[in-house]
Design a protein around this ligand. Structure first.
Ligand code: SF4
Length: 471
């Protein structure tokens, strides 16, 4: 908030249940039912459908005034019955909304009653997640849902208890389906295709191929047997370091599985750390193909350097995504003058400043978190960056300032292809660097063309200046 604000103006975050929907979408045959009013699920369906360009069905218990006063038990049971009838999901996540949390429905008790009354088979799993939206953000909803999923599957008495010698890779922040595919490729090539369990996996469920058949629930996602098998794994990597990865902590303490937390592999250094960790776990050398990819990335960095060096950028979005993009910007000689995380996460500011000190200690950077777009816009006007890197919500201030915006992260609702944006790994770093560099070149050309069209400025040496904001 700014000093003049009495309330949040256009928040940079979304509510907790939407994060839980993204997590549940990453597991096989699952649906989410939001316990709350219709409007909550409509907003989330719309928001996710605009970003992923897929139909996103989310159930609702459709609480009305009556439910708000007398409790929503009846509505929730009806909603569950309908959801099972229409979609037949094997896993149902029940996320609470503001209203349900405020009236204080006992979701565990309602589920137990529903199971008894409707004689629900024991292999139909119902997982409640408490996601009050008047605190935290979609990121915490994601983390809570992943933890609830892992606890539910691994705490069951049934299932194998045989050591599987696998690596668990658990995300603590939503990444794009393309990034998820890239993560799977890197893991398959370094560890081997059958030796890891990635949770959640939205590579297919949020970016499904067109088959001509209506699919109520898209195939894909982490399989239930894999999630149950996570308790038997040999090691774990939690991807994302700015917030506590609760699923990883739980598995570590409950089943004594050693873990390490790594930043999202965005940019050279963080991808190096990820690939090195995988090669150490596998006990093998880094595959030659990846050494070549790394070499190509360095070549690309050399090529782009003369265009991107010194460009003042503002980076904003979800904290671990921003941290990775900050690292990428610093490695490429850019000047990240403003770095903004959408919500509050315990480690964001510290990790961001640590990375700045490592690469460019003299860089004058402002780190903000837990701000609304009103405060963000003020900060952008003050910092005067030459480019924004972040989600679609920055487009208004980018337009007002006359600076370009490179779209990445969540949400991107005003362009197509968000599900195919690649930013992870060496290939992702190359992709992001190409996009950033070409955006700078385009902005530079546009400004140059505008100036050359003014006869009195034709011979001015101004246009020789490199940076778009100065040209
Ligand atoms: S903030 Fe609360 S009321 Fe609004 S959509 Fe989210 S859960 Fe529903």
């Amino acid at each position: 908030m700014t000093d003049r604000s009495y309330a949040t103006v256009n928040p940079c975050i979304m509510c907790q249940p939407i994060g839980s929907v993204m997590a549940f979408k990453g597991i096989e045959s699952s649906m989410v039912l939001l316990h709350g009013s219709q409007g909550c699920s409509t907003y989330m369906r719309l928001h996710l459908a605009h970003h992923f360009r897929e139909p996103v069905d989310i159930g609702s218990s459709s609480l009305s005034e009556k439910g708000a006063v007398y409790g929503g038990s009846e509505n929730l049971k009806k909603g569950l019955k309908n959801l099972i009838l229409r979609y037949d999901p094997k896993v149902i996540g029940i996320s609470t909304t503001c209203l349900a949390e405020t009236i204080g429905d006992d979701i565990g008790r309602i589920i137990a009653e529903f199971r008894e009354e409707e004689d629900i088979a024991s292999d139909r799993i119902i997982i409640p997640v408490s996601t009050p939206s008047y605190e935290d953000s979609h990121n915490s909803g994601y983390i809570k849902a992943v933890e609830a999923i892992v606890k539910e599957f691994t705490s069951q008495e049934s299932g194998s208890h045989i050591f599987n010698n696998k690596l668990n890779v658990v995300l603590s922040e939503n990444i794009s389906p393309e990034d998820t595919r890239e993560l799977r490729r890197i893991l398959s090539d370094t560890i081997s295709p059958d030796s890891f369990i990635l949770l959640p996996d939205i590579s297919e469920t949020f970016d499904a191929p067109m088959t001509g058949e209506l699919q109520k629930i898209f195939p894909g996602g982490t399989s239930h047997s894999d999630i149950a098998d996570m308790k038997n794994s040999a090691a774990m990597i939690g991807l994302g370091i700015t917030s506590a990865n609760r699923a990883v902590s739980y598995l570590e303490h409950a089943f004594d599985i050693p873990s390490q937390e790594l930043p999202l592999p965005i940019g050279l250094e963080y991808t190096d750390r990820f690939v090195a960790a995988l090669s150490m776990i596998a006990g093998t050398d880094i595959p030659e193909a990846y050494q070549k990819e790394r070499g190509r990335l360095i070549d690309a960095m050399v090529d782009a350097h003369k265009y991107v060096y010194g460009t003042k950028v503002a980076i904003y979005g979800d904290p671990d995504n921003v941290l990775g993009l900050l690292s990428l910007a610093l490695e490429n000689g850019m000047h990240p003058i403003l770095v903004v995380a959408s919500g509050k996460s315990p480690g964001f500011a510290e990790y961001a400043m640590e990375r700045v000190r490592q690469v460019k200690p003299d860089c004058d950077v402002t780190v903000l978190e837990d701000v609304d777009f009103d405060a963000f816009n003020d900060a952008v006007k003050k910092a005067k960056p030459e480019m924004l890197i972040g989600n679609s919500n920055g487009k208004y201030i980018a337009k007002e300032m006359g600076i370009p915006l490179v779209r990445v992260g969540f949400p991107i609702h005003d362009r197509v292809g968000a599900q195919r944006i690649l930013s992870l790994g060496y290939l992702g770093a190359m992709n992001m660097l190409d996009r950033i560099t070409n955006t700078i070149l385009e902005a530079q050309e546009e400004k140059l063309a505008a100036k050359l069209s003014q006869p009195d400025r034709y011979a001015s040496p101004d246009w020789l200046k490199f940076h778009p904001a100065e040209a």
